[in-house]
Design a protein around this ligand. Structure first.
Ligand code: FDA
Length: 312
């Protein structure tokens, strides 16, 4: 269970170049290196292998070619080209077709119009090939612009896209209503970023309470909502709500992150629930990895043990 201070601390560490250097050196180099617990690998072939294993366990997946906060247009174009290669590799491999991406990976911080063009290029390849593209939600300065870009593309007829909303933010009730009115699929998460008191709940109990309320609205009125959490109490509440309101299991899905609560993933799949695993991969894994550490500081010990054994 994360608290606000540990989130802030790890969000800060995620920006450290020294740690990034150390992490990149040791985190992924052996099959048992510590970062591999949460990240499938640096290459798309490793993500495809992980996806096949997930499918073998009766689940689906969305692949995330990690990257965020690029600083130049060249980097944004390069990330877009790489995403197109990823889409081709997934298509050729025959695994299920779904990806998740971040708008700052496509250049949102540099030039909004370019980021939109880059996303459109990706959709032009992905949609005809039968992909579903989920736009991840970054921290609150990006909420408005992410939803605005999403709505623009939706109005232009793109239907194989979905968004993510965070229960930590006060505004999310309004955004859920807005996305439900549009007919768009929402992935509901608690929120991985340290946010200021002016925009977000600071206590976990408030984030959890908001999650349950928003989840019930999405399950009842949403369009193929994704209940993305590893929280057993919330998952139990979702099951109870869908039983009570006779919401069929094919009208929503659970989602969890690669490497987290595999026991719970397996149990839900066994019981016939739809469950999708978010499989991150790529060279730019460090910020994602730090967010996972911030959610559960106990993970830090496991990393320290990993680094010690790598450097021996
Ligand atoms: P919570 O943090 O309360 O954890 C519940 C339990 O899950 C813990 O007690 C522990 O057992 C386990 N657990 C959770 N995190 C763990 C970890 N790092 N290591 C080990 N165990 C852990 N966020 C965002 O801001 N934008 C986004 O686009 C996305 N996208 C996304 C996709 C998917 C599929 C998921 C599941 C999550 C995201 N998130 C996200 C992350 C999300 O906001 C949130 O930070 C994490 O899911 C952790 O919150 P939980 O809901 O699991 O609850």
């Amino acid at each position: 269970m994360l608290d606000s201070a540990s989130k802030a601390f790890f969000n800060l560490l995620a920006q450290s170049t020294l740690l990034k250097h150390l992490g990149s050196r040791y985190g992924m180099r052996r099959p048992d290196s510590f970062a591999r617990r949460f990240i499938a690998g640096e290459h798309v072939s490793e993500a495809i292998e992980a996806a096949r294993a997930v499918e073998g366990r009766g689940m689906t997946h969305t692949l995330d070619f990690l990257g965020e906060g690029v600083h130049t247009l060249d980097e944004a174009y390069a990330a877009t080209r790489e995403y197109l290669e990823v889409i081709q590799a997934i298509t050729d491999s025959g695994i299920g077709r779904g990806v998740s991406l971040k708008l700052t990976q496509l250049g949102l911080d540099v030039d909004k119009a370019t980021a939109v063009d880059n996303l459109r290029r990706i959709l032009e390849h992905a949609e005809p090939a039968g992909f579903f593209v989920r736009i991840d939600m970054e921290n609150s300065p990006y909420t408005d612009v992410t939803l605005e870009i999403f709505e623009t593309l939706w109005q232009q007829g793109h239907r194989s896209i979905g968004v993510v909303l965070q229960s930590a933010l006060y505004r999310t009730e309004g955004d859920v209503a807005r996305m439900n009115a549009l007919g768009a699929s929402v992935r509901l998460v608690k929120g991985a970023y340290k946010e200021p008191r002016s925009v977000a709940h600071q206590k976990m109990a408030d984030v959890d309470g908001a999650y349950e309320r928003l989840m019930k609205t999405l399950l009842t009125h949403g369009h193929n909502p994704a209940i993305a959490t590893h929280d057993p109490a919330i998952i139990a509440a979702a099951r109870h709500w869908t039983d009570e309101h006779q919401i069929a299991a094919d009208r929503y899905e659970f989602q969890m992150l690669y490497g987290i609560r595999r026991d719970l993933q397996a149990m839900l799949a066994r019981e016939g629930y739809r469950i999708r695993i978010y499989i991150p991969f790529g060279r730019e894994w460090f910020p994602y990895f730090m967010r996972r550490l911030g959610e559960r500081p106990a993970n830090v010990m496991f990393v320290i043990r990993g680094i010690v054994s790598e450097t021996r």
